[in-house]
Design a binder for this molecule. Sequence first.
Ligand SMILES: [Zn+2]
Length: 133
Amino acid sequence: MQNRDAVFLEDLCPKLRVRRWRQSLHTFTGESCIYCGHPSESIDHVVPRSHGGLSITENCVPACLYCNGRKSDEEAFMWYRRQRFYDPRRAMALRAWMDGDLRLAIRLLEWAQPIEKKNTTKSSPNDWDYQAA
Ligand SMILES: [Zn+2]
């Protein structure tokens, strides 16, 4: 069977394959946590492994250590709704991601991503000068 060959190849270099795969997940979100937008430092299983969640792209999302640790074994959407940083666009992105529609998920995340550049606010020019220096 061809399936056997595929499994064999994956067994041959599992570490490299897993590392590449994890890196690609982080790249999809611009290396930011799918839940809160902070830098993603880990991969979170949306459905925890302890609940039968698989290590496949649809079930693995980039997450910061805070979100990954806090969510732990809880159902992702239930947990996420209670968070201060809850953003419905991110929830939709998560749903799209789990459906395997990464393109839609990425679009939603870009939309949800806070825009850092503010329109010339003159409230604290010193801070801006400091940052620019
Ligand atoms: Zn996070």
